[in-house]
Design a protein around this ligand. Structure first.
Ligand code: PGA
Length: 259
């Protein structure tokens, strides 16, 4: 079902979040090469690989027009006394174009909504595209989980101008579906897309809200990608586990065609 909403993003954005994988530099190079080879030549999807920081310099040499680089996190400062952090200018200087912010695995390690907001602002200054993750821990039958999502959206967009917000990608990743094999149904995702747009409309305006690119993440695989893409109302995927297998990842990319 093609709706006018999608005309803003006729081509999908598919991001592979490698998390803490693979184990070595050689394996990372091999996986990147395998992914590049497996991606269908005629795809119009924008493909981004987000490897661990340490592999970025090497993979930057191999990136191409249809395989861009992302990072899995970013500091909210450019420099300073922040042991272990990597700043936005550093990432940009290696050709990184996207940065995942507020992934639930990082929020579980203590990242706050306020830090997420500061990281978005810092990334935008360096023209990195923030891919900001939101998602509920679990679903209840009363729909309370929608409040959790609304709170996250409000916090991430605090102080942003509509123009800044337009540069942000929001990744809806229900935590219960991450790495568990349990996926939200296309219907769940569609309802959430509508809810996110209506929440953003209240905070900004409808025109802006409808232009934000929304993607889905949580156990996306070859077998569910087409249904989620065609019926979930979002314009791409954030893929974890399945992005570590070149063939499976390529099949997900291939499935991002409007029916
Ligand atoms: P998954 O991870 O595809 O392995 O569920 C998604 C993510 O955490 O971004």
């Amino acid at each position: 079902m093609v709706q006018s909403f999608y005309m803003k993003y006729p081509h999908a954005l598919v991001i592979g979040n490698w998390k803490l994988n693979p184990g070595t530099n050689t394996e990372a190079k091999n996986l990147f090469t395998a992914v590049r080879k497996a991606i269908p030549k005629d795809t119009e999807a924008k493909v981004v690989i987000a490897p661990p920081f340490l592999f970025i310099p090497e993979l930057a040499k191999a990136k191409s027009k249809n395989t861009l680089l992302g990072a899995q996190d970013v500091a909210f400062e450019e420099r300073g006394a922040l042991t272990g952090e990597i700043g936005p200018a550093m990432l940009a200087s290696f050709g990184v174009e996207y940065v995942i912010i507020g992934h639930s695995e990082r929020r579980a390690m203590g990242e706050t909504d306020q830090q997420v907001n500061k990281k978005i602002v810092a990334s935008l200054k360096r023209k990195l595209v923030p891919v900001v993750c939101i998602g509920e821990k679990r679903r209840d039958t009363q729909g309370q989980f929608y409040n959790e999502i609304a709170t996250q959206i409000k916090a991430l967009s605090e102080g942003l101008t509509p123009l800044q917000l337009l540069k942000v990608v929001i990744a809806y990743e229900p935590i219960w579906a991450i790495g568990t094999g349990a996926t939200a149904t296309a219907e769940d995702v569609k309802e959430m897309q509508l809810f996110i747009v209506s929440t953003l409309t209240k905070l900004f305006d409808r025109k802006t809200a409808e232009k934000i690119r929304l993607i889905y993440g949580g156990s996306v695989k070859e077998s569910n990608a087409q249904d989620l893409y065609q019926n979930g109302g979002m314009s791409g995927f954030l893929v974890g586990g399945a992005s570590l297998q070149a063939g499976e990842f390529a099949a997900i990319i291939k499935a991002t065609k409007r029916g």
